[in-house]
Design a protein around this ligand. Structure first.
Ligand code: ZN
Length: 508
């Protein structure tokens, strides 16, 4: 990239204009600036194209620039930067560095599955982790302490691969027979700029089926509280972000506010409010941020996560005043979210929470989602062909899984298994993520059944409204040859993957 400063007579314009590959990007603040206009017209005569960005979009553009190539401070830091680059090239979402005192290894999570990648000596790995924490991570405590849990974030662009916006760093002390060890996890937060456009386009690009897209679009245009659950890495933040960015684009005359701790991704056209919790407890800090945001007159509100009772109560207050509010919550199924929300509200001493929740204009929708590794379209094998090979025929885990499928009366003709890997899938045997999403638009009847804890009736009613349990969705993916039965069982657990687990089992 050519920075403007490399053009000889180029003024700086406070960094609000940049020339990249013959395209001149400029913030609209520079409109009417005589110096800028004359300089820009000169460049345009030389063939450059001028692209105006709103000030907020220009900030976003700046964040997406390639790194400046500044050499690392020392060889260990260089090794850490290379590790991030390698993980990025291989399409990993997480890096696990595991040190067991004398020896260690690095594993990568790709397509949702953790795979061993490289072995390393214990001392060498500990040195690498120290360098990552002390010289690259922004954290509350500047010094590395392998005996205590530590958290931070790599935000400096020069350490990060091109489309990785930041990396979340977490350490966990380990104790093993060989002595004290440490687990460090790095989560790469990608800017998935490939999903853009209107809501339906974005959701389809993220892998939602046509029916799921329709269900989510209905919820996106309703007032009230919509809650998204799913384990870490199941795409909750990505869903919230794209729903809000698409709505903000669709309705430029509305105010969109998000409250996150800390904001994970820059979002276009959304005002991102920080949770200032230096002096108060987290739940209270969230509640204060939500109450403060409401005074800022938003039309739509996004709350990163409600983990604490006070935050849940504040989010419900916002929904009660007629605001569409989207947030994520910890629960094991879509219908399980209701019980979880109720217990948080009860803990917050919310006056008669059931009465408030029984209105679909207040509690609008429940979503639970999982991401599953989709079989590589180039190297997966039809079941019959795979079973002719010794490796598959002798795999007891696979035979047990197939036995469970047969016992349920599942048709196995379309089933495919993971192949040996190819260049297309970077030798993982998987080439995309599949979304299994339980989407439940609330109505008065369903809310009454949930309030009375009548789970069988609530499940039946939810099905009429479009709810399909994740286990059933996974089973359909298996029979369609998109998902390996073993991957399904490893991700969802045996009972859920084979559809035999009821919604009741996953309550709370
Ligand atoms: Zn492949």
């Amino acid at each position: 990239m050519d920075a403007v400063s490399t053009v000889p007579d180029m003024p700086q314009f406070d960094g609000r204009a940049q020339l990249c590959d013959s395209v001149l990007h400029a913030s609209t603040e520079l409109r009417g600036n005589m110096h800028f206009e004359s300089w820009a017209s000169r460049l345009r005569r030389q063939g450059a194209q001028l692209v105006w960005h709103s000030p907020a979009d220009y900030d976003y553009f700046l964040l997406h620039q390639d790194n400046q190539h500044i050499p690392p401070a020392n060889p260990v830091q260089g090794q850490a930067v290379q590790l991030l680059r390698d993980a990025f090239t291989l399409g990993a979402s997480d890096i696990h560095l595991i040190c067991h005192a004398t020896h260690g290894n690095i594993a990568l999570r790709r397509m949702g599955m953790l795979e061993p990648w490289r072995d390393m000596g214990g001392n060498e790995l500990m040195t690498l982790m120290r360098a990552i924490y002390q010289s690259m991570t922004e954290a509350g405590s500047p010094s590395f302490d392998p005996l205590h849990r530590q958290e931070g974030r790599i935000v400096n662009r020069r350490f990060l691969p091109p489309t990785v916006h930041s990396a979340r760093v977490h350490t966990e002390p380990l104790q093993s027979a060989t002595g004290a060890g440490l687990l460090m996890t790095l989560r790469l937060l990608y800017d998935t700029v490939d999903a853009c456009g209107h809501l339906q386009e974005r959701l389809s690009a993220l892998g939602y089926t046509a029916a799921q897209v329709q269900g989510l679009a209905v919820l996106a245009h309703r007032p009230g509280l919509t809650l998204v659950a799913g384990p870490t890495g199941s795409g909750k933040t990505t869903l919230l972000r794209h729903v809000f960015e698409a709505l903000a684009e669709e309705m430029p005359d509305r105010a969109f506010l998000s409250i996150e701790d800390p904001p994970e991704y820059p979002m276009q056209r959304i005002s991102q409010v920080l949770v200032d919790g230096s002096h108060v407890e987290r739940g209270q800090a969230y509640a204060q941020a939500i109450a403060g945001a409401l005074r800022a007159d938003p039309d739509y509100l996004m709350v990163g996560e409600i983990r604490h009772a006070e935050a849940a109560a504040a989010a419900l207050d916002a929904a009660l005043t007629g605001h569409p509010v989207w947030t994520s919550i910890h629960a094991g199924s879509a219908l399980g979210i209701f019980a979880r929300l109720l217990s948080l509200l009860t803990a917050a001493h919310f006056a008669d929470p059931l009465a408030s929740l029984r209105d679909p204009a207040v509690l609008s929708g429940l979503i639970y989602q999982r991401l599953l590794p989709g079989l590589c379209s180039q190297c997966s094998l039809p079941l019959a062909q795979a079973l002719q090979q010794h490796d598959y025929r002798q795999n007891p885990q696979l035979l047990a899984a197939l036995g469970r499928l047969r016992k349920m009366g599942t048709a196995l003709q379309g089933v495919r298994l993971r192949g040996q890997g190819c260049d297309h899938c970077q030798h993982t045997g998987r080439d995309r993520l599949l979304v299994a999403a339980e989407i439940v638009p609330m109505d008065a009847e369903l809310l009454d059944m949930l309030a009375q804890r009548d789970i069988p009736c609530a499940t039946a009613r939810a099905r009429q409204l479009g709810f399909i349990p994740t286990g059933e969705q996974a089973l359909a993916m298996i029979t369609a040859g998109q998902l390996d039965p073993l991957d399904a069982e490893n991700c969802l657990g045996i009972t859920a993957a084979t559809g035999s687990q009821t919604v009741l089992d996953r309550q709370g």
